[in-house]
Design a protein around this ligand. Sequence first.
Ligand code: GDP
Ligand code: ZN
Length: 308
Amino acid sequence: MEQKKGLVIKSTGSLYLLRIEGEGEVFAKIGGRLRVKNIRNTNPVAVGDIVLTEKREDYALIIRVLARKNYIIRKATNLSKENHILAANIDQALLLITLKHPATSTLFIDRFLTSAEAYRIPVILIFNKIDLLSQEETQELENLMEIYRKIGYSCYATSAQSQTGVHFIKELLKNKVSVVAGLSGVGKSTLINAIDSRWSLKTGEISAAHQSGKHTTTFAEMFELNSGGYIIDTPGVRGFGLVDISKSELGHYFKEIFLFSQQCKYNNCYHVHEPNCAVREAVAIGKISQSRYENYLKLFLDEDTKHR
Ligand code: GDP
Ligand code: ZN
């Protein structure tokens, strides 16, 4: 039987919406064998998955999920070993940051970057609401962008409200699968809406459904941009949740710390108080930023970061 590839653009738990080349949007169900093979995951198929399908009477049957290049998971519950896959095959995450209204802490930024590195998802930093900044605060912003650019992260400054810099973001999103993350109120909806006005219809739909109290569960969904590309929109991915990172791994996910750690005397150096630590030496001479190192220590001492 002929098999066709599809992209999962919406998941409602038992029914899926696929985009199949040459056929457009098609509803799909999953085959029994696929369910049995995936007992560790509450959902064997996630938004962003590329799947193989066979045609049935009035739907498509998903028979296989192709290898994922990355995915974001959430533990179903604290105790269970089951995972819930929130989204798969993400090309990039755009992290929206505001210096004020609300203030995004560098700890929040660095925690997000750590998780994204662990998930192998490239991150682009977008500093929004620049219209609100004084001259002094603008200088502060420049310094912050310099810290992250030096590590290798692309940084953009925008004002979604006055549409400053928005066309650069539109270009970044083109033909990519992206996640837009950041604290509540930083301007995620405003920015996406400035790029594609159909977004406001979609968010309007969601809040109307919330008010009537119908949809208590929110399902993962991909939003197709007019200009090409998709934005994955699920509540869980906006903050990324916590990734299970151990103390010995943490330094791998701070790119610049990882680089300098190659020269530490001990190869199991935690860069806290060990002698001849190349990381602490780099901090002392300003090659690693103070705030990045302090946040590394905070995350290292965080009780969620396990000894393993
Ligand atoms: P979200 O929670 O991240 O989706 O944030 P929203 O897009 O809902 O924006 C929160 C508030 O910030 C709204 O009142 C927006 O009008 C406002 N806002 C968004 N972008 C900007 C901006 O660039 N400058 C200013 N001054 N306000 C903005
Ligand atoms: Zn060290």
